[in-house]
Design a protein around this ligand. Structure first.
Ligand code: HEC
Ligand code: HEC
Ligand code: HEC
Ligand code: HEC
Length: 214
């Protein structure tokens, strides 16, 4: 059993930004989710997460999923001021936990069982009490109940440089009306603003005030 080490990406990212400094438009290539330099990926980028055939359909609406899924029971976020109704993770967030809850090896995919686990710095869950809540519906009723959330029709542009996408909170940040990990992160690093795969750069807490009127 090992833990995922990241020195290659540090070099890769530095080169990416020096050589292609003009284009801040992102791609998954060279990003933290590009495992093509790891021996176990066979030099491919998409295969740890997707397959064109015989995909895992356990998670409803999963995009041709190829990674082993977590079987963990999650401890959910709670607080007296929370209005949202949170359930066990599903959808895209359940897919993130394939690697990020640390219970399944990152190289367990396509039917093989790996031995390399995510590093502690990138581990999220299965105890979610200390994490921004995910896995709940963000709609007009929640906006009213909370009192300081922005309407889901509020305009939001994600990305930076040559690659942006205009839309609303609903179209760019929610998935089937739900708040998920990918409300803040772009797993493919396509519509991001530099570090941490964030869809909206968080200087001045801009990401937070995209949804919260604080
Ligand atoms: C680390 C895991 C991971 C890797 C690697 C990855 N994806 Fe994804 N992909 C996801 C997840 C998770 C979703 C579900 C949507 C979401 O949560 O953002 C997704 C969704 C998609 C979708 C449907 C939604 C959309 O964004 O259009 C397509 C198409 C897709 N991926 C293509 C690819 C291709 C092509 C590659 C390789 C170049 C790739 N992905 C690499 C995790 C990954
Ligand atoms: C409300 C927005 C938001 C949501 C939802 C969110 N994150 Fe994050 N995440 C962030 C921000 C902002 C950072 C950068 C923190 C920093 O740089 O200090 C981050 C950082 C990370 C990191 C880098 C390590 C770290 O802790 O800094 C990982 C890994 C991560 N998030 C995974 C996830 C996963 C998995 C989910 C879903 C369970 C998730 N995130 C949901 C906003 C979010
Ligand atoms: C195939 C396994 C796998 C899946 C699936 C996966 N990740 Fe990751 N992710 C990793 C690993 C490994 C790292 C650490 C890579 C590194 O730091 O070099 C990472 C790093 C991250 C980071 C930190 C990026 C940074 O700049 O430090 C964020 C944020 C993140 N993942 C979010 C997500 C989200 C959101 C999803 C689901 C939509 C997801 N990941 C799905 C394996 C995965
Ligand atoms: C995509 C929209 C979105 C983004 C971006 C976002 N949040 Fe949230 N956040 C929500 C929603 C919706 C809730 C649930 C509110 C409720 O239940 O009343 C929430 C809940 C919270 C809570 C818990 C409130 C409670 O009563 O327990 C805190 C604290 C919080 N967010 C802080 C942040 C911070 C800090 C950031 C930036 C890193 C951030 N949020 C980014 C939508 C968002």
């Amino acid at each position: 059993m090992g833990t995922y080490a990241k020195p290659l990406r540090t070099i890769g990212t530095a080169l990416l930004f020096t050589v292609a400094g003009i284009a801040s438009a992102g791609t998954i290539t060279g990003s933290p989710h590009d495992f093509s330099t790891q021996g176990w990926s066979g030099g491919q980028i998409c295969v740890p997460c997707h397959t064109p055939h015989r995909a895992n359909t356990t998670v409803a609406d999963a995009p041709l999923w190829n990674h082993a899924l977590t079987a963990a029971t999650f401890t959910l976020y709670g607080s007296p001021t929370l209005n949202a109704t949170i359930g066990q993770p599903s959808g895209g967030s359940k897919l993130c936990f394939s690697c990020h809850d640390g219970t399944v090896a990152i190289n367990s995919f396509g039917g093989t069982t790996g031995t390399t686990f995510i590093g502690t710095g990138d581990k999220v869950g299965p105890d979610l009490r200390s994490e921004h809540p995910i896995g709940f519906t963000y709609d007009a009723a929640l906006v009213t109940a909370d009192g300081s959330l922005k309407a889901t029709t509020t305009a939001v542009t994600i990305g930076a440089g040559g690659q942006t996408r205009t839309g609303t909170i609903a179209s760019n940040l929610l998935f089937g009306g739900k708040m998920e990990c990918a409300s803040c992160h772009d797993v493919h690093n396509t519509f991001t603003n530099g570090g941490k795969l964030l869809k909206v750069a968080n200087a001045g807490s801009a990401l937070c005030i995209t949804c919260h009127s604080k």
